[in-house]
Design a protein around this ligand. Structure first.
Ligand SMILES: N[C@@H](CCC(=O)N[C@@H](CS)C(=O)NCC(=O)O)C(=O)O
Length: 246
């Protein structure tokens, strides 16, 4: 049976899996869901285990969560491995990935949504990307409720956005310092740790391969644009990994 990825186009955790599948040159199909409407589909797939994407379906197996999906892909399709075989590189890569999943993913998401939810014309096309065109209209009409639910659901507010900004800055300094000394986070080849760092920060350097309509620079809120300009050197390090290995 074909590989099928259940995803949101905008989700940077889903970008980890799109990248891994492409990196391994596996052919796959996607089912792109609309945030909110995804819950029913995903709960049915995972038999109530949880509603988050990414979820991968393959040969009767259903795997949820980007870390477990990467494990599954390396186990099932060992060519072009993303998990280092030897220690200490293996532990280093897995620990980095877990930390980035827990810290970078939520921080990038909270900071970005806090600012972009104030701009429905930017955020609606990002949320509805890859789904039928009428979902844009649906989300636009229901936008005040969407804004309210997303903020509540992901605890997004002024205070958490500031905490997220600081968390991103700490990680960007640390990552740029490590990449100035060595090419990869674990061992001497590209691994799932590097993929995770670049995929989870990708919404901040907005690569073309990422399947959403990024806002034109002129439409990005000034506060975010100034922050991106200030952190450009550190983001560029991750942008280079993305363009070299994606
Ligand atoms: N740790 C999970 C995080 C996944 C996650 O947070 N997914 C978000 C999209 S970025 C989601 O599906 N949110 C909707 C929900 O949880 O119902 C992973 O690595 O897959």
């Amino acid at each position: 049976m074909a590989l099928r990825l259940y995803q949101f186009a905008i989700s940077h955790y889903c970008e980890k899996i799109r990248w891994a599948l492409d990196y391994k040159e596996l052919s796959y199909e996607t089912t792109t869901l609309l945030p909110g409407q995804h819950i029913k589909t995903v709960r049915k797939l995972t038999r109530g285990a949880g509603a988050s994407v990414p979820v991968l379906e393959h040969d009767g197996e259903v795997i949820q969560g980007s870390f477990d999906i990467l494990d599954y892909l390396d186990r099932t399709f060992p060519d072009k491995p993303l998990t280092p075989a030897d220690e200490p590189a293996r532990t280093q890569a897995l620990e980095w990935e877990k930390r980035l999943d827990a810290e970078a993913g939520p921080a990038v998401r909270c900071y970005s949504y806090h600012h972009f939810l104030q701009r429905p014309k930017i955020v609606v096309p990002l949320l509805a990307a890859g789904t039928p065109f009428y979902n844009r209209i649906l989300l636009s009409l229901a936008f005040s409720r969407v804004n309210e639910v997303m903020r509540k659901w992901m605890k997004i507010n002024e205070k958490t956005a500031e905490e997220s900004r600081k968390a991103m800055e700490g990680l960007l300094v640390e990552l740029a310092e490590i990449y100035s000394r060595q090419p990869f986070l674990g061992g001497d080849s590209f691994s799932r740790a590097d993929l995770t760092a670049a995929a989870l920060f990708a919404p901040l350097f907005q690569p073309e391969a990422y399947p959403v309509p990024w806002p034109k620079p002129a439409r990005i809120p000034k506060e975010v644009k100034d922050w991106l300009t200030q952190w450009q050197p550190q983001l560029q390090v991750l942008g280079k990994l993305y363009s070299d290995y994606r």
